[in-house]
Write a protein that binds this ligand. Sequence first.
Ligand SMILES: Cc1cc2nc3c(=O)[nH]c(=O)nc-3n(C[C@H](O)[C@H](O)[C@H](O)COP(=O)(O)OP(=O)(O)OC[C@H]3O[C@@H](n4cnc5c(N)ncnc54)[C@H](O)[C@@H]3O)c2cc1C
Length: 607
Amino acid sequence: MGTGEGAGASSYRAPVADIVEALEAAGLWELLALPEFAHLDRPTVEQVVGEFGRFASEVIAPTDAAGDSTGSRRDDRGGVVTPPGFKEAYRRYVDGGWGGLQFPERYGGGGFPWAVAMALQEMFASANMALSINAALTHGAAELLLQWGDDRQRETYLPRLVSGHWPATMELTEPDAGSDLGALRTTATEGPDGRWRISGTKIFATWAEHDLADNIVHFVLARAAGAPAGTKGLSVFLVPKRLLGPSGEPGVANSLRCARVEEKLGIHASPTCVMEYDNASGELVGPLHGGLPAMFTMMNLARVSIGAEGPAVGERAYQQAYAYARARLQGRRPSTPPGERAPIIEHPDVARMLLQVRTLTLASRMVVYAASAERDMARYGAGEAERRSGEARFGLLVPIAKAWATDQGFLASSLALQVHGGSGYLEEAGVAQRLRDSRIGPIYEGTNGIQAIDLAVRKVSRDGGRVMRLLGDDIMATVKVLPLPELGPTAQALEEAHEALTEATAWVADRYTSSPDDVLAGATAYLQLAGATLGGWLMAKRALVARGEGLKGGAGAGEEGSRAKVAAGESNFFAVETLSDAPALLRRVTAGAGRLAPLRDWRPGPA
Ligand SMILES: Cc1cc2nc3c(=O)[nH]c(=O)nc-3n(C[C@H](O)[C@H](O)[C@H](O)COP(=O)(O)OP(=O)(O)OC[C@H]3O[C@@H](n4cnc5c(N)ncnc54)[C@H](O)[C@@H]3O)c2cc1C
């Protein structure tokens, strides 16, 4: 039975074999060799992925369609009521201990790598993207406290965040401060008791009010009285929905409220709140006026989790489109028996779309896992050099994982909808929800345009392209060992893409100081080039993993071919359909800002 066979509009089957294989291609073996993870082995990882996969498919996924149609709603008293089934599913997630796989055991976590936790996060998002964001934010907040909180804060809050008993939020955005955080106005004033009073309005605050838990821990970026202007004057404050009583349990309500829940295109079950803080009681986390680096601890991880939404939505859309394409009969093929019609999957153009959805999903999944694995290396690498390399590569990969993967997720859901023809445009088929849900990925957690600038300017220009070049060396090392002719198209396209990326990197690094606008105008193309090249590299590595293991069965393996053959074919398909854009992307990177002149010179005509 192929992946997704029998998948109805609302069902999801976790692709456990694909996920474990993707983890292997993205560096699982290197992680399991680290002393920190000596207690783990591949079977344990496979077991955890399999168990959570079952939980996501059987418990979480059934809540997804109702979440979309009902949405989370604000009630008359300012509370937010989640859709039917959410409370029960979330309770089972917490009770099952799934919230804290990647956190230290001393706080109730499982001591697993972030990379494995990211695989779980992806399955969560496939099953119900709207609900999964609550978990992603809570993970980011827990990491923020782990790194920047004091002992008391860690002891008080971490066990509750790690278990998911108290979910967390990340509140940066204000009406006048979106991409430009330096403009934010929320204030914090220190009281005589050492606690801070927070006042202001936050917008677009995800899961900032709901009925899933008896407390919510808000992480609010604000400007303390007397702080310098701009981003250097920002601090992070922990502001609980209900203040803790003497025993540490939630007590009286804090002075904050959800003033509105927004109506929006997708992720209807994820409440997007306008939050008003009116002298709310909070505590400082990390250094005063040094909040941005602390917030970045949370944001970087949240960005990778948002990246995981790309393959998450792509996977579910693929399962739906594959099942549909096998069942829907239209037209004929030369092999169709007289008097019968062909399932549309047999038409080459439909097969192309399905393979495109599948390979974009596979590649973006591995880019996200590879970024997470570098995060683990940065933290637990065997020596100083390995940790520093992990840190630098993580920094480089975060914007790529976030932006490239979410772009592919949207493209994949659009193609999966196209496979359905007119039915896809109707809500009944369920694939329209994928398109609507996936559209947020390129916007929130820093738009993809902002990610591209982060990559080109902060990550590449600043170090003269050094870390990207080192990654390029690894890519070429893989090209050299690719078996021919099986992976011939992959080897050729990957070598060309590597060449284009090397040239683009040198250009970006050289050009930024003298002509920043030239680089900014091509930043998105640069990120797309980097994403496609990394994706192609990981597809090639996955094909090698499948060969080495001689894996059989599971998604994608047909009776006639081994899994290795399918993986090689998928890599070659990606090389032809996606990686071959590399030379065109290089031209777009280096075209300069002059091409934007028509917009500057254009004027609207008379009405
Ligand atoms: C559903 C949803 C949930 C969200 N959840 C949260 C949350 O939980 N917490 C939170 O703090 N925020 C949240 N956000 C806010 C989100 O992160 C912002 O919307 C996003 O960062 C963009 O900010 P903005 O909307 O103000 O757009 P703007 O900053 O006004 O950007 C508009 C456009 O201009 C571009 N642009 C802006 N500045 C530049 C620049 N310097 N160079 C190049 N291009 C630029 C952007 O890329 C974008 O295309 C959420 C948003 C939505 C829609």
